[in-house]
Design a protein around this ligand. Structure first.
Ligand SMILES: *[C@@H]1O[C@H](CO)[C@@H](O)[C@H](O)[C@H]1NC(C)=O
Ligand SMILES: *[C@@H]1O[C@H](CO)[C@@H](O)[C@H](O)[C@H]1NC(C)=O
Ligand SMILES: *[C@@H]1O[C@H](CO)[C@@H](O)[C@H](O)[C@H]1NC(C)=O
Length: 327
């Protein structure tokens, strides 16, 4: 018998079936990814003599993985530990052309770090760039895409953030899908974070149907900075463009307003709550960028608020809308 109470479930199944044909199907990021990433807080600090605790190095990512667990973040869902830019040597290996992690700062290579992160029950993310160089000027993937996808798989990477500096925007609509296809061909499931619309926005309307088919998440807009103004500029962009963006978010494919900056210097207590609340409602990835050893207890409570996280991690994955009569 067809009971009315089954209707919501049937609708859910139907919606999933309709979505299946048009979205990336790697089984990943079925709720918005949660984790920690280096960029907003630690930028491109490479001088480990002067800044031993802050430079982009194996030590920073080991420590952050440890703190995600010991400070209770892992328990509420934070999972990915992601290296952003500045982890590379300036040149590829002259014989193999492979990317080389900085020999001083990652002296044992990335597998050792990946093992440590995995042993903590966490997942490992890594940054690269679609163009000739990363934003900080290290080698990009464009001429070695298959090799780099394979290298990422061999380094046990679980999440790839592909930036878009030093590239032609007009090449992105074919190049980003190509790199996604190569990631898939490695056979290792890797969340694929694309930066392609952030480079288009302003000039062209992002191609959401293609983004959904090829990326698990995509950065829509400018980089976040450590200020309330930056948070609100991004929130306004999302509100003003919600009619075109909102329908395309869902399990496995998310709009990305960039990192959570709570725990740093720029936000007051109330502003910290506001960023967390807006990001939760937007079904945004919850990727912190802060010094986990220095987050004040009251800010940690916001970051670990299970009710707010439950809104963000709702399995239906519906991105919230701003009221249209907002002033
Ligand atoms: C590789 O080649 C570059 C440029 O030709 C050079 O600067 C660099 O020292 C070489 N690296 C090694 C490890 O030989
Ligand atoms: C962009 O395209 C132009 C023309 O095809 C080319 O000369 C240039 O090298 C490209 N730039 C990058 C960063 O790929
Ligand atoms: C590769 O793509 C196929 C088809 O979409 C999918 O079923 C499979 O899970 C993907 N594999 C990986 C490793 O992403």
């Amino acid at each position: 018998m067809f009971a009315m109470r089954n209707v919501p479930f049937l609708l859910l199944v139907l919606t999933q079936l309709l979505r299946a044909g048009s979205a990336l199907d790697n089984g990943l990021a079925l709720t918005p990814p949660m984790g920690w990433m280096s960029w907003q807080r630690f930028r491109c600090i490479t001088d480990c003599d002067t800044f031993p605790d802050e430079c982009i190095s194996e030590k920073l990512f080991r420590r952050s993985a440890d703190l995600l667990v010991s400070e209770g973040y892992a328990d509420v869902g934070y999972e990915y530990v992601i290296i952003d830019d500045c982890w590379l040597e300036w040149n590829r290996d002259n014989k193999t052309n492979k990317l080389v992690p900085d020999r001083k700062r990652f002296p044992r290579g990335l597998n050792v770090l990946a093992d440590h992160i995995h042993a903590k029950g966490l997942k490992f993310g890594l940054y690269q760039d679609f163009g000739t160089k990363t934003c900080a000027g290290y080698p990009g993937v464009i001429d070695h895409m298959a090799l780099d996808a394979e290298t990422f798989a061999n380094w046990d990477v679980d999440y790839v953030k592909l930036d878009g500096c030093y590239a032609n925007v007009s090449d992105m609509a074919t190049g980003y899908p190509e790199f996604g296809r190569l990631l898939n061909e490695t056979g290792r499931p890797m969340v694929y974070s694309c930066s392609w619309p952030a480079y288009q926005s302003g000039s062209e309307q992002p191609l959401f149907e293609a983004l959904k088919r090829h990326c698990n998440l995509w950065r829509n807009w400018a980089d976040i900075q450590d200020s309330f103004q930056s948070v609100m500029t991004i929130a306004d962009y999302f509100a003003n463009n919600q009619d075109s963006m909102q329908p395309h978010a869902g399990p496995g494919h998310w709009n990305d307003p960039d990192m959570l900056i709570l725990g740093n210097y720029g936000l007051s207590y109330d502003q910290s709550k506001l960023q967390m609340a807006i990001w939760a409602v937007l079904a945004a990835p919850l990727i912190m960028s802060n010094d986990l050893a220095k987050v004040r207890p009251e800010i940690k409570e916001i970051l670990q608020n299970r009710d707010v996280i439950a809104v963000n991690q709702d399995p239906l994955g519906i991105q919230g809308l701003a009221s249209t009569n907002r002033t």
